[in-house]
Design a protein around this ligand. Structure first.
Ligand SMILES: O=C(O)Cc1cc(O)ccc1O
Ligand SMILES: [Fe+2]
Length: 433
């Protein structure tokens, strides 16, 4: 890429404009008869042309060659990648938990190292999500990827990713997230070696920031903290490969040049990153445990107001000051389905077994909550203000039942003894007649 300095532009969903060469962007129109530098104009639409203006997302790309210059697609092996609906095994209501997926010893790039844990909705119906773990130890070399099935939310747990995209370069490490729009081409480099993390592939409406309601004009994830790349392009020719995820299937095509050849772009559909440490946490300063929706960073709305296709919520470092309150997450059963991961530290409902890089799934109406020891400790603790330190968990919460894959249910990471964490819950009832 000619522009290798990692500069970013800021502001969630802004109408950006950026050029790696001076005057590459047309002025006053999108599609002039001739574009400067002999570039081609290409519109990249992430919403229907006719989506309401407030939701409309599209970007104009000014590139060396239009995207149509490529070979034909051939089927590829999906490896452990799956899409909704998952039909290979029935979905049990059982509460599930997994150890981290091990980073392989053999050469594995980002595409090779995708493992689907679960999915819901319908990839072709553009509703629901795919939940994947990525493990890799090699940069993608000579190949590029795009996902026509959904926007990709990256939640790194270990290591750093350099995401080279059509719109420019983003780097993310554990504690940060990145989102790449549906269909945007990119490659993944690993500047510091092996990586592991989670991906929420969003088949539905693009993520937006949640409403703030009476909280007011500031707080939660602030718009200004979202960072977008500046234009950067590769002008290289060779024997490359483009890999597409389309309708749940991987395909490959030959391409004789780098598809990351966008010299300038303008619009509001672009990849972005966000440092989760910037989340402005709202919580009780009086009593009781509010619902985890107070920790929502991004939401993909479904057609029903207040009922998300998927919410991305975090459980970050914060002060806990609630008085006369059972402070950990309450025992509950929920119409929404909850997939959780841990980036670092210890999660307050589970002191053992839920480890960084691991995952859990509590589906629609399946009961869950603190393990036995946590209940005993929290119901007897001195309620001083406490700072939850060195911890970061997250949740993908969805209106649709989350179906684990056959690999998730039968693979080596599954903790078959998960339910034992609640076995020691004691009967404290003292009202017997
Ligand atoms: O189940 C979980 O651990 C997630 C969660 C956290 C919380 O603080 C309240 C409700 C909830 O579902
Ligand atoms: Fe929950």
């Amino acid at each position: 890429m000619t522009n290798n300095s990692l500069e970013y532009m800021t502001g969630f969903g802004n109408e950006f404009e950026t050029e790696a060469l001076e005057n590459a962007l047309p002025i006053g129109q999108f599609s002039p008869q001739k574009v400067n530098y002999g570039l081609y104009a290409e519109q990249f639409s992430s919403t229907a042309f006719t989506a309401p203006r407030s939701e409309n997302r599209r970007t104009w790309l000014y590139r060396i060659r239009p995207s149509v210059v490529q070979g034909d697609y051939q089927l590829m092996d999906n490896g452990l990648l799956r899409s909704a609906p998952i039909t290979e095994v029935p979905t049990p209501p059982t509460m599930l938990r997994w150890n981290p997926v091990t980073i392989p010893e053999q050469a594995t790039d980002f595409i090779d190292g995708l493992v689907t844990m679960a999915a819901n909705g319908s990839v072709n119906g553009q509703a629901g999500i795919g939940i994947h773990i990525y493990v890799a130890n090699q940069s993608m070399e000579g190949r590029y990827f795009y996902n026509a099935d959904g926007e990709m939310l990256f939640v790194p747990q270990q290591g750093r990713l350099r995401l080279k995209t059509e719109c420019g370069i983003l780097e993310v490490r554990a504690g940060e997230i990145a989102v790449i729009p549906r269909g945007m081409k990119f490659s993944v480099e690993l500047p510091d070696g092996p990586v592991r993390g989670y991906i929420c592939e969003n088949y539905g409406n693009p993520y937006i920031l949640p409403e703030r309601g009476p909280v007011g004009a500031n707080g939660y994830a602030n718009d200004r903290d979202f960072q977008y790349p500046v234009a950067a392009f590769e002008d290289i020719e060779g024997d490359f490969e483009i890999v597409a995820k389309f309708s749940g299937q991987l395909y490959r095509a030959d391409i004789k040049h780098s598809p990351l050849d966008v010299v300038a772009w303008t619009g509001n559909s672009a990849p972005y990153k966000y440092d989760l440490a910037r989340f402005n946490v709202m919580n009780t300063v009086s009593y009781d445990h509010p619902d985890p929706s107070i920790f929502t960073v991004l939401t993909s709305p479904s057609g029903t107001p207040g009922v998300a296709n998927v919410d991305f919520a975090i459980f970050p470092e914060r002060w806990m000051v609630a008085e006369h309150t059972f402070r950990p997450p309450y025992y509950h059963r929920n119409i929404m389905s909850e997939f959780m991961g841990l980036i670092k530290g210890v999660y307050d409902a589970k002191e053992a077994g839920f480890v960084p890089g691991g995952s859990s799934l509590h589906n629609c109406m399946s009961p869950h909550g603190p393990e036995a020891e946590v209940f005993e400790k929290a119901s007897n603790a001195e309620l001083e203000p406490v700072r939850y330190q060195d911890t970061l968990a997250f949740m993908f919460e969805s209106r649709y039942i989350i179906a684990p894959t056959k690999y998730a249910l039968e693979g080596q990471e599954r903790q078959d003894d998960y339910l034992d964490c609640w076995k020691g819950i004691k009967k404290h009832f003292n009202g017997a007649k």
